[in-house]
Design a protein around this ligand. Structure first.
Ligand code: ARG
Length: 512
């Protein structure tokens, strides 16, 4: 027999190499809070159901609360030789209370339901943090000053100047995309927020568990009933990784625009000095390194999604150790995503757009050629295809002369030659980028009125998500406070049944 917690049927211990290869304490550090909270909920349930004697439950709770305090003080250390967080905590309890009492902790539970419960508890916290960070960034984008409603940027298609847009239009576009990332995170939260606890190893147990009680004590929205599914499922985590990967891509695309547009050739935007660094050799450089890293870091979130899909695809139902590979990369993805969200909010706050430059690029690159076609349709009754042709012929002729739409004298002359005379001042009005932006009044368009309406819609959505976030965080926080209150009362000598009866009305009773 070895002295491992599982050592009964073993004559020999694992080698150091095997321990190093299998251990996961460095990853599990993030799960300590969840594991202890879960232990407390589990013991309250075992005590309430008479599955362990009242005095045993009291002693276990006392020991677990001490470990909680120790962890809060930053003094709880996981020992690598004990493999993972679950064995570490069980061993700590046994060391304090002895095997006769401490050894009751793992009654009617397995590390298989335990690890998924911990991971879901940590992940839902991350999902909520990600929703909050997205809402902050969206708030920054939507707080644009009024003058940005008519601050001009070239809008691009195929990386070619296409039509003028406003800075506010660009900001609200990213806010609109980010709001979908929020909805994806909320969807993933919905399927993460289910309690696998009580599934045990894979098949349930002969003990009369109250799975609804533990789910409520852990602040879960519902119980994930089927024991084999509950211990095997990793789709909640892959789905979260997908939400992080897609969110990482959203941020990366925005970062790409900032990088490109802050380059000398565009000079459309400048990042504040605090978000750029210089070169060791070239004194003139101001490199937008934060945006570059945000773009590059999307590789981590995308990579994690692929890693998880690949890791899980061949795992038959029931726990296999492959599934232990679900956490390390996910942690990297979480760190990459959250840090990028937060730094992007700071960077965005300090972006300075050069709208005179934006207007210049629009003029120089024929961005308002469509406006002439629209004018010929609206004022002269031409079919759009016909009008498109006239405007295209004008562009072609101007290009041959080395001129642009600014040259209204040349423009008027060419158009007269084409049989569609338009007076010079009219041309100047038609081609002015600001007029084009002001005129795009269709719903969702770039005009100030349309952007204002979209901003109102987006702000309303933000308020709805913020209310949901507060309520959800409160629900989880209340459950934690109640579970710990009951545990402290029982550890201090109170009757377990009475302590639970007192807190139960404060817990989410409407598990779906
Ligand atoms: N450390 C494991 C993990 O992270 C926990 C469950 C292990 N279960 C087992 N039977 N080996 O997934």
């Amino acid at each position: 027999m070895t002295d491992k917690l599982w050592g009964g049927r073993f004559d020999e211990d694992i080698t150091q190499d095997v321990l190093d290869y299998t251990l996961t304490v460095d990853v599990d550090v993030r799960l300590v809070f969840a594991d202890l909270w879960q232990d407390i909920a589990h013991v309250l349930m075992l005590g309430a159901g008479g599955i362990v004697p009242g005095e045993v439950a009291r002693a276990l709770l006392g020991s677990l609360l001490q470990l909680w305090e120790q962890n809060e003080r930053g003094e709880l250390r996981l020992r690598p030789e004990l493999e993972d967080v679950h064995f570490n905590i069980e061993q700590m309890v046994i060391e304090e209370l002895g095997r006769e009492i401490g050894g009751h902790l793992q009654t009617a539970r397995s590390r298989n339901d335990q690890v998924s419960t911990d991971t879901r508890m940590y992940l839902r916290r991350v999902q909520l943090d990600a929703v909050a960070a997205n809402l902050d960034l969206i708030g920054v984008l939507l707080a644009f000053p009024e003058e940005e409603l008519l601050a001009i940027l070239p809008g691009y298609t195929h990386s070619q100047a296409a039509q003028p847009i406003s800075v506010a239009f660009w900001k609200t576009a990213h806010a609109s995309m980010l709001l979908r990332d929020v909805r994806r995170l909320r969807d993933a939260f919905g399927r993460t927020d289910e309690s696998p606890l009580g599934a045990c190893a894979l098949a349930g147990t002969s003990f009369p568990l109250d799975r609804e009680l533990t789910a409520r004590l852990l602040g879960f929205g519902r119980v994930l009933s089927h024991a084999l599914d509950a211990t095997s499922a990793r789709d909640y985590l892959i789905e979260s990784a997908a939400a992080f990967a897609i969110g990482g891509n959203t941020l990366s695309r925005m970062a790409e625009e900032v990088v490109m547009w802050s380059g000398h050739e565009y000079s459309l935007v400048e990042v504040s000095d605090a978000y750029a660094t210089g070169s060791s050799i070239m004194p003139q450089k101001k490199n937008p390194v934060v945006a570059e890293l945000a773009r590059g870091r999307a590789g981590r979130t995308a990579g994690t999604l692929v890693q998880l899909l690949t890791m899980a695809k061949g795992v038959t139902l029931g726990y296999s150790c492959d599934l232990q590979e679900d956490k390390p990369y996910l942690w990297h993805a979480i760190d990459a995503y959250l840090s990028t969200l937060r730094i992007t909010a700071g960077q965005t706050r300090g972006l300075r757009f050069d709208s005179a430059r934006g207007e210049e690029l629009c003029w120089d690159n024929f961005s308002t050629a469509t406006e002439l076609a629209n004018h010929l349709v609206a004022e002269r009754g031409l079919a759009f295809r016909e009008a498109h042709h006239v405007s295209g012929a004008l562009v072609s002729a101007l290009l041959k002369r080395g001129a642009t739409l600014r040259d209204t004298a040349a423009g008027a002359e060419i158009l007269a030659g084409l049989g569609h005379p338009v007076a010079e001042p009219v041309l100047a009005r038609i081609f002015a980028p600001r007029n084009a932006v002001a005129g795009y009044v269709s719903p969702g368009g770039t005009s100030p009125a349309s952007v204002g309406a979209v901003r109102d819609e987006l702000n309303e959505a933000v308020a709805g998500h913020a209310a949901w976030l507060d309520e959800t965080r409160r629900r989880i926080g209340d459950a934690q406070a109640a579970a710990f209150d009951a545990a402290r009362e029982v550890a201090g000598g109170a009757d377990l049944g009475k302590a639970l009866d007192r807190i139960l009305p404060t817990l989410n009773g409407g598990l779906s």
